[in-house]
Design a protein. Sequence first.
Length: 61
Amino acid sequence: MESKNEFEFKKVEHLNLECFKIPIFFEEILSEFIAQLIRSHPNNVYLFAFNYFDEKLKNCE
């Protein structure tokens, strides 16, 4: 059985990064994510990213 994901990427023409607060450990998490992504070479990068950050969020709670 296949599950449908309604998620869609949307292009943002002018993104103002000044209004966003960057999390404390953003650089470390991003570095770890990129390292695991390169190491594992997943077929579905989007699913890998979703699962990775979902797991990170669960560990933070």
